[in-house]
Write a protein that binds this ligand. Sequence first.
Ligand code: ATP
Length: 279
Amino acid sequence: MRDKLVEFKNVSFRYGEDEPWVLKNCSFEIYENEAIAIIGHNGSGKSTIAKLMNGLLFPQEGAIVINGRTVTQDSIWEIRKDVGMVFQNPDNQFVGTTVQDDVAFGMENRGIERGEMVKRIDDTLSAVGMQEYRLTEPHKLSGGQKQRVAIAGVLAIFPNVLILDEATAMLDPRGRTDIMKTITRVMAERSLSLITITHDLQEVVQAERVIVMNEGAIWDEAAPREIFEKKAELRQIGLDIPFVAALSDELQKAGVPINHEALNHRELLEELWTSHSSM
Ligand SMILES: Nc1ncnc2c1ncn2[C@@H]1O[C@H](COP(=O)(O)OP(=O)(O)OP(=O)(O)O)[C@@H](O)[C@H]1O
């Protein structure tokens, strides 16, 4: 049985007393070593969920429990040892004067011993392909390079939960694949749980479970295949379906005898090959 790492219990949140509710009675659980994707239209509350998870915001109603500890003002430093988060805009996340100082910063805050820090800086910068930029000033990096360094800084604290909030949006497709491979390896090595907030549907397909947000509420929560079967309903709430799923649907409508549930290129190729072989 996997341990429960994150629990949202009937969480409601608004940014101010006169502001509208941004999250309405949200409940969900995330387990050790799970890969979760959170999707939803702009403004549906995804980033707010991420910020509540590591104590940047606190709910007005309900409770959030991380690794058995309720998120409160008093517990945030302990919570932040468990939850590492990378946002979309890396410029807001740099504090160090060099790349290596920046990766060290999170570890210093968590009291990690110097020798161990040096080793982790080396390991994580190598893992994200940024070792040669160790002494570069962060502001001289490209957007994608900054995102790599921000991810290294968070991996270096060895969190139990890693939240990537559009954190690879500036990487080129190859770079994104490489980083996701690195994260998958870290997940296997350290039982890390991954929460990806993304508009990249190919990334969503790789998750074990997808949480779909709509207007501040959880609209659905299931495996990607189950979620993307609801094509018409998803479109109604402003969401698209992965390109391969849409393509296989169109092929089926055009009379090609394939399973319209193909979610990735390999599945679609297999379907086409089977269909071609039986003709
Ligand atoms: N600091 C803030 N003050 C007031 N309202 C805010 C603030 N931050 C976000 N909101 C509002 O809260 C709602 C949810 O925003 P949130 O950033 O969580 O959405 P999101 O699903 O992450 O959107 P996106 O896909 O555009 O990143 C939006 O209506 C937004 O305008």
